[in-house]
Design a protein around this ligand. Structure first.
Ligand code: DGY
Length: 382
């Protein structure tokens, strides 16, 4: 990457931190500067190659904030270690692009940015659900093409979701937030599959159901399915929120797609490879009433052939977390992770509650270090 594609902040800082992309807001820069860091950040919009990041790390680099589009494996962590590096944070909650074991072996703490993406991402999953159900993108293209000749009883018929069944695969933070929005907003029955029971979510839906009864309305059901297949067969909408790992790679393959109702809606705002995209294209062609909302793609930024021709798929370019508040929050958390490690701060223990880091009295800790236990980092005591 050409020198002109890098900018520097706080040039006199003694520690050198490389941030592979410019981040929103300016608080992240101030956090790093206060920790004595000179910050060098990349301004190129293209995805950086491993070799380019390696040269940016150079001979001396104390820490890095990297992106989910970069392959943070042994090569980069070894380069960082060799340059004296002691801290890495992904600018993302997901870290399937990071070989955490490789970093741990080299003694490098790895941070991520949980908590600030939860509702933002869930809201996008809801937006995709309804855009798909009500054919918003298709109708938008039709309008812009000047094809609207007047109201018709059969123009762009879609699906009514109220009182139907919403399914979630992976009921962690984001899956649970989506479930609450859909169940409460549209009085839908809920079915989910997750290796772990989400007791808090189940209680929430039970209480909501009681509230509905108190209003003389029909209750809603909450079911924990024994298998993902059960969710696929029963739900009218299925939103995918698992982590991407070898067990969830191509979780949605041709066989499982076929189990879904032919007019169901499938939403993915997790990671692209959770869906076999070639199988999805074939399924969408065969079942025109099947609808899909995608934020992520198997070979991002590319799409598998034919996906862009499927009118029953609405898609956005991995922007589920793209709000000012969230992206600035992610920058604050990533900077606090790196600054915290470099100034010897302990690690915060509750990754479900990192919001205090966004306030003016941020705790003196690293908000979220995923290998804190393995590296035996001190825990924050308050
Ligand atoms: C993440 O943080 O993992 C998201 O995919 C970014 O939108």
């Amino acid at each position: 990457m050409a020198a002109k594609e890098w900018k520097t902040f706080n040039a006199s800082g003694k520690k050198r931190v490389v941030v592979t992309k410019e981040l929103p807001g300016d608080r992240w820069l101030k956090i790093l500067a206060r920790a004595g860091c000179r910050v060098e950040y990349g301004t190129a919009t293209r995805i950086l190659k491993v070799g380019e990041i390696k040269s940016a790390i150079g001979d001396k680099c104390d820490g890095v904030i990297g992106q989910l589009t970069e392959n943070w494996g042994k090569t980069l962590f070894s380069a960082l270690k060799k340059a004296g590096g002691r801290a890495y944070s992904n600018y993302a909650v997901g870290y399937n692009n990071v070989d955490v074991d490789a970093a741990t072996k080299l003694g490098i703490p790895v941070g991520n940015t949980p908590g600030v993406l939860t509702d933002t991402t869930a809201e996008m999953a809801v937006a995709l659900t309804f855009s798909a159900a009500r054919r918003v993108a298709e109708a938008d293209v039709f309008m812009r093409a000047g094809q609207y000749e007047g109201w018709l009883p059969t123009l762009y018929l879609g699906e009514l979701l109220k009182r139907k069944t919403v399914g979630v695969i992976g009921a962690g933070r984001i899956g649970a937030a989506y479930a609450k929005m859909m169940v409460e907003g549209f009085k839908m029955d809920f079915i989910y599959y997750d290796l772990y029971q989400n007791m808090g979510l189940e209680k929430y839906i039970r209480e909501y159901s009681k509230f509905l009864k108190s209003q003389d309305e029909d209750p809603v059901k909450c079911t924990r399915a024994k298998t993902a297949e059960e969710v696929l067969k029963k739900a009218d909408v299925v939103s995918l929120h698992p982590l991407l790992d070898p067990t969830t790679h191509h979780l949605m393959n041709a066989r499982r797609l076929k189990m879904m109702k032919s007019n169901a809606i499938l939403v993915n705002a997790s990671r692209g490879p959770v869906i076999d995209e070639v199988a999805l294209v074939a399924h969408c062609k065969k079942y025109p009433n099947f609808k899909v909302g995608l934020d992520v793609f198997e070979d991002e930024p590319k799409m598998k052939p034919g996906l862009n021709k499927c009118n029953n798929v609405v898609m956005v370019p991995h922007i589920a977390s793209a709000t000012d508040w969230t992206r600035e929050g992610m920058a604050i958390l990533a900077a606090s992770n790196v600054a915290g490690v470099l100034t010897g701060r302990p690690s915060w223990t509750d990754q479900d509650d990192v919001i205090p880091f966004l306030g003016s009295k941020a705790p003196k800790a690293c908000p979220s270090i995923v290998n804190a236990k393995e590296l035996k980092l001190d825990s924050y005591k308050g």
